[in-house]
Design a protein around this ligand. Structure first.
Ligand SMILES: [Zn+2]
Length: 337
């Protein structure tokens, strides 16, 4: 629940009580799965989607790249430009954390040359799916190679015993929300694409360089804006922002899971004491979320509820990353004053 972000998600409320858990930052080096350097090059093997189950035949054409969910699609599309075909497995608007693969996903992977994922345990649905696709030519790119995941260490306030929610050995997966780590992801994707499709090396390099430049200026913008309000403390309903918080000296202190029907007075009381204890300044939900319980809780907490975008869903143009992140920066700036 906490690190793998099974908290409140738009349109997907989970039943249960309202644990408030402090999310403290602990960097932990853990082993990451590797992209497979032994895969053969597949640059000139670009089967059509319709050729389900067939072995990719050697033909001139674009490399087919499937990506898992929105941020990874955006980064990959930015690097690939028009020289490779880039698809997305989890349709924007669909929950990635508990996503169930479809037969179309299996077909897409079966006919792809490259699969790009976020990694850090986020895409649980891939495990059986990749196996079922039986594509020995598939090169996998783990965009989070080399990134040290963060893990929470101590729950602070609980309103009821946990069931079994601490199975997140790989750490928090939301690295794309830190522009500096996003740079690392773009670099990993670039290197993976070059390895899989060396013929287009120059294009991948140029596209990645341009995108990374934009990420760098986004990072400067965040630094300059947020340094005015150091250690701004916030509560969220989705454990998506520990990397962003760490980067810019903010504090994500609690993740609140909202029950399906109503908040008990004890839930509200616990939330209020956490807000006092941590001097919480901001309360974030997500864009498009209109939830009566969140609104009523925000009133009880005397905090304005504002949307912070995890980018797990949104528009599919690569520039959307900057648009959404700049909107996040505005929200943070306003909330932390
Ligand atoms: Zn998430």
């Amino acid at each position: 629940m906490i690190v793998n972000c099974r908290g409140f998600r738009p349109g997907r409320q989970r039943s249960g009580i309202l644990p408030i858990v402090a999310v403290l930052m602990l960097s932990m080096a853990t082993g990451c799965s590797q992209s497979n350097p032994n895969q053969e090059k597949t640059s000139e093997q670009s089967p059509k989607v319709q050729e389900v189950g067939s072995t990719p035949s050697v033909q001139l054409g674009k490399t087919k790249v499937v990506t898992t969910f929105l941020p990874i699609y955006l980064f990959t599309k930015a690097v690939a430009g028009n020289v490779a075909d880039v698809e997305i497995l989890v349709p924007p608007g669909t929950e990635v954390h508990e996503y169930q693969a479809t037969p179309e996903n299996v077909k897409a992977i079966a006919t792809a040359n490259v699969l790009v994922k976020n990694g850090l345990g986020l895409e649980e649905f891939l495990e059986g799916t990749v196996k079922n696709a039986q594509n020995p030519k598939l090169t996998e790119i783990d965009a989070s190679i080399g990134i040290k995941p963060l893990n929470e260490i101590s729950p602070v306030v609980k309103t009821a015993p946990d069931e079994k929610d601490h199975d997140h050995l790989q750490g928090n997966p939301h690295v794309w929300l830190d522009p500096v780590l996003a740079k690392q992801q773009v670099t990993n994707i670039r290197d993976g694409l070059i390895a899989a499709d060396p013929a287009n090396k120059a294009t991948y390099e140029a596209n990645a360089t341009a995108y990374i430049k934009e990420l760098e200026s986004l990072n400067s913008e965040f630094q300059q804006t947020l340094q005015k309000n150091p250690s701004c403390t916030f509560i969220t309903f989705h454990d998506a922002f520990p990397y962003l918080a760490k980067r810019y000296n903010l504090k994500q202190v609690a993740v609140v899971e909202i029950p399906e029907d109503q908040l008990s007075p004890a839930d509200v009381q616990n939330a209020i004491s956490a807000v006092k204890k941590y001097k919480v300044k901001a309360l974030f939900s997500e864009p498009g979320v209109d939830n009566k319980l969140l609104v009523s809780l925000s009133k009880d907490l005397k905090l304005t509820l504002r949307p912070l975008d995890s980018l797990e869903t949104g528009e599919t143009a690569p520039q959307y990353y900057f648009k959404a992140m700049k909107a996040n920066l505005q929200i943070l700036d306003t909330s932390c004053k």
